[in-house]
Design a protein around this ligand. Structure first.
Ligand SMILES: Nc1ncnc2c1ncn2[C@@H]1O[C@H](COP(=O)(O)OP(=O)(O)OP(=O)(O)O)[C@@H](O)[C@H]1O
Length: 609
C-alpha cells in the first residue's frame, strides 16, 4: 500500500504537549479490511464526489446512499487508474461545463505556485527595507531552505493526469489553485510514491490525500491519530518505520504562516475587557474571531461583559453539555454570531476558513500551543491577526491550575513549567521576530527578513525594531545576576529592590540590611530608562506625552511606586515635548508627529536621567 503521511502541528486538548496530526492514506491498491469511518460497501466511490455534482464534497457527512460501485464510477470517470501510463480520461465532455481546461495556462499555474513558495523562502530585494528599519544585518540568520530536505522539485512537471487533477480540484473541491506543495504531493502520490508531508496548520494537508483518493481505485484509509510529533525528527523516522514506508519522498514546507500578523499587547487588569472590545469594534466588526481564555469561568465572564459592550459573543468550554457546545459551534460556523470566547477545548478540528483574529486573553501554556491556537486564524490565506494580551499575573494562575491537576507526575509538571517559561520568554521578548521565535520551537531556522518583507503582516517586534537601541550589556547582566544571588541568599527580594541597590538608592531598608556595602551597590548609576520603567510604559508615555500626574498614572504599566519615584522627572520631559507637538500638529493628525518625536523623548530622558 502506498501512503501519504501528513504531519502538522496540532495541539490536542487531551494531551498537554504539543501534538502533530498524522494521516496515512492508501491511494493505489485495494485496502486491507479496516474499521475506518467509511460505511459499507467496503469498496466504492462516493456518489457525492460524482463529477457532475458541482458542490464541493463534505467528507464528514457521507452515508451508505452516497456510494456507487466501481463499474458505475468507471463509466462516469473513465480511465480510473491514473497510475497507468496508458490511462486516458474522457473528461471534458462529461464535466467541464463550468471549467474549460483548455483555458488553463499551465505555465501561469506553475509560476503562481512558485511565487507562493518564494514568498516563504526568498529574501531578495528586502535588505534595503531592513536597513531603513534600523537593522544592520547582524540580526539575520541566513536562510537554508534545503536544510530540512525536500523533494518537491521532482514533482513539478505536468503528468498525464495533471488535467484531470485540475478538473477535480475545481469541480469537487471548488478550488482554483494549489497551495504550496499540494500539487507536488498529489503528483508524487499518484505516481505511487510513499510521501512524508510536513505542512503548517491550515496549510491544506487534507487535499493532499483527498484528491488522490478520488482519482485512485479502492478505498482510502485515513489514519488521523491525535497524538504525534511536532519538531521531533526521531518521530518522522518512527512514522516511516512503523508504516514501513519505502523510498519516501519528503515534502517539507516552512511552518511560517505568512498571512498572520502577530502582536503581544500588555494586559491591564482594569481595562483588559475594554481593550479587547475596542479592538474588535474598531478593526473586526462583523468579522469572525476566537478569544481564548484560561478557565471556563473566565470564558463565561468575558463573554458576558463583551455582550454588555454590544459585542455578541458566546462562551464555549468543556463545562457545557455536548448539545449546547455543538449548537454554539454551529451558530458560530454559520456566522450567526462572530466572536466565540473559548477555552482550548475549542479548536481541534475546527475548519472555519475566515477566522480573521485570534485573541489570547491570557498566556497559552507553551509556544507550540500558541502557534497552534493562533493558527486557527486565516486558514483561507487572507490577512489575519493574532493578539496575545500578556501580564505576568496570568503565569502564576496557570501554574496553579497545572499544580491542581493531581494526575501530573513531578516530571510532567516540570515539563509544563518549562514550556510555560519558554512562552513567558516569548511574550516578554521585544526584540526578536515573533515568527523566528515560534518556528525555532518547531525546529525551523526562520529568517526574519521574510517577516519584514511582508508589510501587511510584519510582527510587532520587527515593526518596532528601529525604536530600540542595541547595546552590549554583558557586564551589567553579570553584575546583576551576582547581585540577585547575593541579595536573595537570606530573604526574598523584589526586582525593584535589586534595581534600587544597583542604582545606589539610600532607602532605609537597604541601609538597614547593609546592602549598601555590597560591591555592586550603586554600580550602575548611569542606568538605562528601561531599568526603571517598563518599556511599554515608556513607549506609551512618549506617544501620549502626559502633562499631569493623572495622565501619567493612567498610562498602562505605570505603577504608583514608579510614579512616586520617577513621575516628576518624566513629567518635566513629556511636558516639554507636549508643547512642541502641540505647536507642530495639525489638529486632525495628532499621532504622526508624536511618533516622530518618540525617539527624541527617549534620548532627552536618558541624557537628563
Ligand atoms: N488549494 C487551496 N486553495 C484554497 N483553499 C484551500 C486549498 N487547500 C486547502 N484549502 C483550505 O484551507 C483550509 C485548511 O485546509 P486543511 O483543513 O486541509 O488544513 P490542514 O493542513 O489539515 O490544517 P490543520 O493541521 O490545522 O487541520 C480549509 O478551509 C481548506 O478548504
Amino acid at each position: 500500500m502506498k501512503s501519504v503521511t501528513i504531519s502538522s502541528t496540532t495541539t490536542s486538548p487531551a494531551f498537554p504537549q504539543a501534538q502533530t496530526l498524522s494521516g496515512a492514506t492508501g491511494v493505489a491498491e485495494r485496502p486491507i479490511s479496516t474499521p475506518a469511518p467509511i460505511p459499507t460497501p467496503s469498496r466504492g466511490w462516493l456518489v457525492n464526489e460524482h463529477p457532475r455534482l458541482s458542490q464541493p464534497v463534505d467528507f464528514r457527512s457521507t452515508t451508505d446512499a452516497d456510494f456507487m460501485d466501481d463499474e458505475a464510477f468507471a463509466k462516469l470517470f473513465a480511465g480510473g487508474n491514473f497510475n497507468e501510463k496508458t490511462t486516458t480520461v474522457q473528461s471534458s465532455a462529461q464535466f467541464s461545463d463550468e471549467f474549460d481546461l483548455s483555458a488553463v495556462d499551465w505555465d501561469e499555474q506553475f509560476e503562481m505556485e512558485q511565487q507562493l513558495l518564494n514568498n516563504e523562502k526568498t529574501v531578495s530585494n528586502i535588505n534595503s527595507d531592513c536597513n531603513d528599519m534600523g537593522f544592520t544585518g547582524a540580526e539575520f540568520i541566513p536562510i537554508n531552505s534545503q536544510s530540512r530536505g525536500d523533494d518537491s522539485q521532482e514533482f513539478t512537471k505536468k503528468y498525464h493526469f495533471s488535467e484531470v487533477v485540475m478538473e477535480v480540484l475545481h469541480q469537487k473541491f471548488g478550488l482554483r489553485n494549489f497551495r504550496p506543495h499540494q500539487r507536488e504531493v498529489i503528483n508524487a502520490s499518484l505516481n505511487r510514491h510513499d510521501c512524508f508531508v510536513l505542512m503548517p496548520t491550515g496549510g491544506g494537508k487534507s487535499l493532499c490525500y483527498q484528491l488522490p483518493a478520488i482519482l485512485s481505485e479502492g478505498v482510502t484509509i485515513v489514519i488521523s491519530p491525535l497524538r504525534a510529533l511536532i519538531s521531533d525528527q526521531q518521530v518522522e523516522q518512527d512514522v516511516v518505520n512503523i508504516l514501513r514506508l519505502k523510498n519516501v519522498k519528503r515534502f517539507i514546507r516552512s511552518f511560517n504562516r505568512p498571512n498572520i500578523k502577530y502582536q503581544v499587547l500588555p494586559k491591564v487588569a482594569k481595562s483588559s475587557t475594554n481593550d479587547i472590545a475596542n479592538l474588535i469594534q474598531q478593526k473586526f466588526a462583523k468579522k469572525s474571531g476566537i478569544i481564548y481564555c484560561l478557565s471556563r469561568n473566565d470564558c463565561d465572564t468575558l463573554a458576558q461583559k463583551l455582550n454588555l459592550l454590544s459585542i455578541k459573543t458566546k462562551p464555549y468550554h468543556a463545562g457545557m453539555s455536548d448539545k449546547v457546545r455543538e449548537k454554539i459551534q454551529r451558530e458560530w460556523m454559520q456566522d450567526q454570531f462572530h466572536v466565540i470566547v473559548a477555552t482550548i477545548a475549542f479548536g481541534m478540528g475546527i475548519d472555519k476558513p475566515d477566522v480573521r483574529f485570534v485573541i489570547h486573553n491570557s498566556i497559552p501554556k507553551s509556544v507550540e500551543a500558541f502557534y497552534q491556537e493562533s493558527g486557527r486564524a486565516g486558514r483561507d490565506g487572507e490577512t489575519s491577526y493574532s493578539y496575545l494580551f500578556y501580564n505576568y499575573g496570568d503565569v502564576g494562575r496557570l501554574q496553579r491550575l497545572m499544580m491542581m491537576d493531581k494526575s501530573h507526575k513531578k516530571a510532567t509538571l516540570d515539563g509544563h513549567f518549562e514550556n510555560l517559561k519558554q512562552m513567558v520568554s516569548f511574550a516578554e521578548n521585544q526584540i526578536d521576530c515573533r515568527r523566528y521565535l515560534q518556528l525555532l520551537h518547531l525546529g525551523e531556522n526562520f529568517d526574519r527578513r521574510i517577516c519584514i518583507q511582508n508589510k501587511a503582516t510584519i510582527c510587532d517586534n520587527c515593526e518596532n525594531f528601529s525604536k530600540y537601541d542595541v547595546s552590549d550589556v554583558t557586564k551589567e547582566a553579570k553584575e546583576l545576576s551576582q547581585l540577585v544571588h547575593d541579595l536573595s541568599a537570606k530573604r526574598n527580594v523584589t526586582l525593584i529592590y535589586v534595581a534600587d541597590v544597583y542604582k545606589g538608592s539610600k532607602q532605609a531598608k537597604i541601609l538597614e540590611y547593609g546592602h549598601d556595602r555590597h560591591k555592586f551597590y550603586g554600580a550602575e548609576k548611569n542606568v538605562t530608562l528601561s531599568s526603571i520603567m517598563n518599556l511599554s510604559a515608556l513607549k506609551n508615555m512618549s506617544d501620549i506625552l502626559p502633562t499631569t500626574a493623572e495622565e501619567i498614572l493612567n498610562i498602562q504599566h505605570v505603577t504608583v511606586a514608579n510614579f512616586k519615584k520617577f513621575g516628576e522627572f518624566f513629567l518635566n520631559i513629556t511636558k516639554k515635548f507636549r508643547e512642541k507637538v502641540d505647536a507642530l500638529k495639525p489638529a486632525s493628525e495628532p499621532s504622526f508627529e508624536t511618533k516622530v518625536l518618540r525617539s527624541d523623548v527617549f534620548k532627552a530622558a536618558e541624557s537628563e536621567f
